[in-house]
Design a protein around this ligand. Structure first.
Ligand code: NAD
Ligand code: GLY
Length: 375
């Protein structure tokens, strides 16, 4: 098996293991972290139906009993209500601070279980076993945990790093093709924001990654995790460089808000169109060559991801409504808009105090309706 990627956070450092067979070997990796032979596994009903038996058997082989706590699949489970239910289930299991939670699922489960672990009895250890491509390359690494509220996404949460991440490429065999595409958006994000050579490789290898070619998939997941680990180790709390990981997210979150955080537009798809828009806005402002914006867009579109507003259900969107969502974004400080913009392919930067009128005009140029006034 190839070497694990280390997230260098001093006494909270941990490894991200990437490869096949990691669920089958989970007991051997997790048992050494336990004081007694039991864990609570938080998962969603779909993942548990497909892979729960394999994980339970793998843990049992190492003498670890697994108590499943299942939530419905989907963003709706990142709620206060589900957090309360999961916390109560953990209390009913009489888990104590020496025990461990396993988050077994996509980003929804990882964010919810991670937040439950952060606050349960003032903090308990957890292990991430991400089962979507998106969760393997992004959400399981770096310790951001959160739930949503009716006022917005990820607004209530905590930084709480896992003890270990097991990114098993085998579990992706059952992932729907559309979810592979959504995860791929976060992979190409790393190339676009900070590694031109990786971006160039993805221009050719992208379809292989989506088709789950084992070699291409391993390289894509590994390089993504390496980049995320390096950034998180430098800037765990997002005082600076970590914000680059939000490339495409300000436009993307606004579109997710308008489309209702559901099947109409998956998070990764929102990031895909958001990145294309961030490059086009950068080019429009004279910050980035137009040909780089076109190349970024072509590489995203090549795997079937959306790059323009008129490809989305909900088009035409209202420019002022989108702008209002951006003002609610966690990255908006004191009413000022922060965007991750691009200087060129492989070089993104944090742009603070972006003029809302320039964004409004850009959204209109992208096909959004201009009925309301610029905020
Ligand atoms: P998800 O967790 O909703 O999973 C997508 C769907 O795939 C679900 O229906 C799930 O049941 C199913 N699924 C999961 N694994 C499967 C498998 N192996 N086979 C078949 N089906 C499977 O979505 P996601 O895209 O993984 O995560 C999105 C969430 O991640 C969002 O809430 C987003 O805010 C969050 N996120 C967090 C971070 C972070 O740093 N914490 C980063 C990026 C995204
Ligand atoms: N997904 C953004 C971050 O982890 O910072």
């Amino acid at each position: 098996m190839s070497a694990a990627v280390n997230v260098g956070l001093g006494d909270r450092a941990y490894e991200v293991m990437i490869g096949p067979g990691l669920v089958a070997g989970a007991g051997a990796h997790i048992a050494p972290l336990l004081k007694r032979g039991r864990v609570a596994v938080i998962s969603d009903e779909t993942v548990w139906r497909l892979h729960g038996e394999a994980l339970t058997a793998a843990l049992a082989e190492a003498g670890v009993a697994a108590s499943p706590i299942l939530v419905p699949p989907g963003e709706g489970s990142k709620s206060f209500e589900m957090l309360a239910r999961v916390s109560d289930d953990l209390l009913a299991l009489e888990l104590d601070r020496g025990d461990l939670i396993v988050a077994f699922g996509g980003g929804v489960v990882g964010d919810l279980a991670g937040f439950a672990a952060a606050i349960y009895k003032r903090g308990i250890d957890f292990v991430q076993i991400p089962t979507t491509l998106l969760a393997q390359v992004d959400s399981s690494v770096g310790g951001k945990t959160a739930i949503d509220t009716p006022r917005g996404k990820n607004l209530i949460g905590a930084f709480h790093q896992p003890r270990l991440v097991l990114a098993d490429l085998d579990v992706l065999a059952t992932l729907p093709a559309r979810e592979m595409g959504a995860g791929y958006a976060e992979i190409i994000k790393y190339g676009l924001l900070g590694d031109f050579a990786f971006f160039e490789w993805l221009e050719g290898a992208g379809p292989k990654v989506i088709d789950r070619d084992p070699t291409a998939l391993d390289r894509a997941v590994r390089r993504s995790v390496e980049m995320k680990a390096e950034i998180v180790a430098q800037d765990e709390r997002e005082a600076g460089r970590r914000a680059l990981l939000n490339l495409g997210h300000t436009f993307g979150h606004a579109l997710e808000s308008e489309t209702g955080y559901g099947d109409a537009l998956l998070h990764g798809e929102a990031v895909a169109i958001g990145m294309a828009m961030a490059f086009r806005f950068s080019a429009r402002q004279g910050l980035c060559p137009g040909q780089d914006a076109e190349r970024a867009q072509a590489a995203i579109a090549a795997v079937g991801l959306p790059v323009r507003l008129d490809q989305l259900a909900g088009h035409p969107f209202d420019a002022s409504r989108l702008l209002a969502h951006m003002g609610q974004d966690k990255k908006a400080e004191g009413g000022r808009l922060t965007f991750i913009l691009a200087r060129r392919l492989g070089e993104a930067f944090v742009a603070r105090d972006v003029d809302p009128a320039a964004i409004h005009a850009f959204l209109v140029s992208e096909g959004a309706g201009a009925a309301g006034a610029a905020a």
